[in-house]
Structure formats: C-alpha cells, structure tokens
Design a protein around this ligand. Structure first.
Ligand code: PHB
Ligand code: FE
Length: 339
C-alpha cells in the first residue's frame, strides 16, 4: 500500500458532511476518496462525487479482489469500474459514459495491480461487518447496515476451485458433492448426485478424472463465483451457480461462451464502449451463446441456476482482438437484428 492510499481514520463528520461516526475508515485510491456510511459508499475526486449502495458495492468489490480484476473491465454501475491492464489496473469514473464525456468530466487513476488489491482488501475488511456474506445469495445472508463491526471470519477466504488441468485429477482439488461432505443447496435437493466410475487402463490411473458437474454445482455455497473445472491450453472451462443478480457488469476484452446448464438466466447486454442498450438474452437450460468482445453484460437468475462459462485465457488474445486480427461476432446481438 502506498503512503497515499493508506486508510485515514474517520472524523466525526467528513468534509462533505457525511456522518462517519459509525467507525468506518476512509480510503484513497490515487486522488479518489472512498468513504462509507450507513447505506452507501461515497466516492469523491477533485472534480466530482458519486454514491453506490453499500451491499452491492461490497459484493462487487470482493469479486473484483478475488478474481484479481478478471479479463477486461468490471463495473459497479454505468459510471465506475476497474479495467485490467494485466500488471496495472485503471479505476475509471464516467470514462464510458456519453454524458461524462460530453461534459469533459471523466476521471481515471492507474495503479499497480498489487497496490490496488491491497487497497480493496483493506476496504473490504473494514467495511464488511456483521453477518453480511457478500458471496452467498441475498436470501441466505444478513445485512451490512449499521456501525463498524468485525467481518465474518471467512470473509476473504477464496471460495472457488481452480484446476490446473481438471478437478479431481492428480494433485488437484476434488470437485464438491454431497458424498464429499458438502451441503446441497435447498434449490437442488431433487438432484441425484451419482458420480461417474472411471476404469483406467494400468499406467493411466493418474491421467484420467471425471466428476458430476451438476453435483459440484448443487453443492456450491456461493453465487456468481466461477470455479475453473478444466483447462486445455488456453481454454478455461468455468462452472458456477447463480442466483439473483451478478454483482458486476462485465465488459470483456475477448469473446466468451455461455452454456446454461439448468434453469434460466436473463442477460442484459449493452455496448461495451458507451453503455447503450443492445439486447436482452434469455437463456434456458441447454441454451448456448457467444458473448462478443465489444459488449458489457450482467445476468439475472430468478432462481438458483447452473452456468458454464468458457474463457479464452490466451495472454495475447486481447491484443489480437483490439488489432482486429481475430474474427468478430457481434451483429447478431443487436436489437435491430431481432425479429
Ligand atoms: C461473466 O462476466 O461472464 C460472469 C461472471 C461471473 C459469473 C458468470 C459470468 O458467475
Ligand atoms: Fe463475462
């Protein structure tokens, strides 16, 4: 953490009049100040200010922190987000918003990724008190409204599995299942968790692994937090259980594929560059979609559902995409293209 970004002890009243007697610290990322009160995170920078509801803010920030900013940009809303430049990270305000652009009010801070992660970690630890678990579905957690208190013990624990080759393989974490001791979520109690049997030829015992993806997802306790379940070269197959709303808008810098494994997710799709509405994609069990690189999306899952996300983890792919060196897939997501 740099000297500039060290948390400042709250005063009884800060210079915008927000009452900070609740005991929360105020943080600075570059010249952007983050403070919290009962219901909101307030941002203040030399030419403007903005407020975000605290619970969605904490849900989004914990994912940004644990995913180390993921691919492309993660946004809290239509104004504020982080872009991953793979080594550095940019906190932007209004950068992709036509109103801010027209008024010449956009603002950005570029930081070393490690420094930004330290700042988010300190903020999460200080602001996520009480019984609020930002990772579980809203129906399964308490709230984060009130004065400062200690967060849940497991707040910062990494609650996803990251396979190097395949879950359950040699020296790899085992997929979740009831037979492995995990609890089954009540929305998936009707699912039979039969595990595959693997009969390997002698000598191939360490090279083969199989598991029941549906059992793994029925036992995922968190939502909107994909585990990498298998990897082949730059293909990362990520599986996750979803409920209520994805806490971030994701503006990718590459194409990604979705396979809806159960139930339904409604995706709101906007232009990546300016947030204009582009499409609403309703995915039901068995549906497959390719999300192009030039959009941002956010999912809504009316009941707990299962999703597979296929990511291209080629460290050069975003450069090929921005250079126009790979095929684009985009027009099919225009409202105009829908009958
Ligand atoms: C995505 O942005 O593509 C995404 C993120 C988290 C999920 C699902 C999809 O759980
Ligand atoms: Fe995405």
């Amino acid at each position: 953490m740099t000297a500039e970004s060290k948390p400042m002890e709250s005063e009884t009243q800060n210079n915008r009049g927000h009452n900070s007697s609740l005991g929360y610290k105020t943080f600075k990322l570059g010249d952007v100040e983050f403070s919290r009160d009962l219901y909101f995170c307030h941002l203040k920078w030399p030419t403007g200010s903005h407020s975000l509801h605290i619970e969605p803010f904490l849900r989004a920030t914990l994912r940004m922190y644990q995913w180390q900013f993921f691919f492309g940009s993660l946004l809290y809303d239509d104004l504020v987000g982080f872009t991953n430049h793979y080594g550095t990270v940019e906190l932007f305000i209004g950068r992709d918003d036509p109103g801010f652009q027209k008024a010449e009010k956009t603002h950005a801070v570029v930081m070393e990724t490690g420094e930004a992660l330290e700042d988010l970690c300190a903020m999460l630890e200080n602001w996520s008190g009480g019984q609020f678990d930002p990772f579980v579905s809203p129906r399964e957690t308490g709230r984060s409204i009130g004065a400062h208190s200690a967060p849940l013990d497991h707040l910062m624990t990494n609650r996803r599995l990251l396979a190097k080759r395949i879950l359950g393989g040699k020296d790899e974490a085992a997929a979740w299942s009831a037979s492995n001791g995990q609890n089954t979520n009540e929305h998936f109690e009707d699912l039979e968790q039969i595990q595959p049997l693997v009969h390997a030829e002698p000598g191939y015992e360490d090279a083969l692994s199989a598991f029941n993806v549906f059992a793994h997802l029925a036992c995922q306790e968190v939502v909107w937090n994909p585990s990498i379940c298998s990897v082949v070269r730059h293909n990362a197959v990520c599986i996750t259980t979803e409920e209520e709303e994805l806490p971030v808008w994701h503006k990718n810098d590459r194409l990604e594929w979705f396979v809806q494994l159960s139930d339904e997710i409604i995706w709101d799709i906007q232009n990546g560059a300016d947030g204009q509405k582009r499409a609403r994609v309703i995915m039901r069990s068995g549906d497959v979609s390719a999300m192009p690189h030039d959009i941002r999306h956010r999912g809504k899952s009316p009941k707990r559902s299962m999703l597979l996300v296929w990511e291209n983890s080629d460290p050069e792919i975003h450069k090929k995409v921005s250079a126009g060196a790979v095929p684009f897939l985009s027009e099919s997501l225009d409202y105009a293209a829908q009958s």
